[in-house]
Design a protein around this ligand. Structure first.
Ligand code: PGA
Length: 264
């Protein structure tokens, strides 16, 4: 069974002080937590990670140390070091204790022109440095309208995972985020999302074989909220959520996490 994963994607939001205030308020909602789990004893206790801006990672990482909430970055450069002004290397994120890093988010693909081959380099570099990549894919509204959703998704999945070694397949996380649902207030329906997640699972199976592909978590993202998360994760191939807007308030995000495990 795949353990549900809920990832907060703060995007370009929260100063260090705001990130620390969030951590304190969020953890206070889980007073019974043990070192390993937010909801000890719950059958479907979800794993939680917070993808903060680079500037908050050091302080937030210290605040989350010894808690069940994992630290995540929102981007990385694939090179280990060098003349790449303004970029951050995978080893730098590993030093801060990042367990995950998002790569290929549609905002990076669309606003910063990132292509799947560059995303593939980033994912491979993260794996080498002990950080699990959360590889995002998603179609635009025009691509969906033209009936090209599954073709686009298959291309993005194959391209973005092209450099991931099979031995590390189980550490991959894929996030399906239809661009038209991000920040839109209305998510894909569970059925729409499941159709794409099943197609992604089939791509993973082709690439890594049946056994490994069954272990890779595929998250859904795009207007996930406390009141739609449980219907989404109830789908057979939806293994968690990547959450933007609804992850910014500690109480609201705690509620969403509780409902993702159907534990509320
Ligand atoms: P949203 O963002 O939850 O605000 O739609 C999701 C994302 O972009 O990761």
């Amino acid at each position: 069974m795949r353990n549900t994963l809920v990832v907060a994607n703060w995007k370009m939001q929260k100063t260090v002080a705001e990130a620390l205030a969030f951590a304190e308020a969020f953890l206070a909602r889980f007073p019974q937590r043990s070192g390993q789990a937010l909801l000890p004893g719950a059958d479907a206790a979800p794993e939680v990670a917070v993808a903060a801006p680079f500037t908050a990672l050091y302080a937030l990482g210290r605040a989350l140390q010894g808690t069940p909430v994992a630290l995540a970055a929102q981007n990385v450069h694939p090179q280990a070091q060098g003349a790449f002004t303004g970029e951050v290397a995978p080893g730098m994120l590993a030093e801060l204790g990042c367990r995950y890093a998002i790569v290929g988010h549609s905002e990076r693909r669309n606003l910063f022109d990132e292509r799947s081959d560059f995303v593939a380099e980033k994912a491979a570099a993260l794996l080498q440095h002990g950080i699990d990549p959360i590889v995002c894919v998603g179609e635009s509204v025009d691509q969906r309208g033209a009936g090209r959703t599954l073709t686009v998704i298959r291309e993005q999945v194959a391209g973005s995972l092209a450099k991931a070694p099979s031995a590390a397949a189980q550490r991959l996380v894929v996030a399906y985020e239809p661009v038209w649902a991000i920040g839109a207030g209305v998510s894909a329906t569970p059925e729409q999302a499941q159709e794409v997640h099943a197609a992604i699972r089939a791509c993973l199976q082709e690439r890594f074989g049946a056994a490994d592909s069954e272990k890779i978590r595929i998250l859904y993202g795009g207007s996930v909220k406390a009141d739609n998360v449980s219907a989404l994760v109830a789908q057979p191939d939806i293994d968690g959520a990547l959450v933007g807007g609804a992850s910014l308030q500690a109480d609201g995000f705690a509620e969403l996490v509780l409902r993702s495990g159907d534990c509320s």
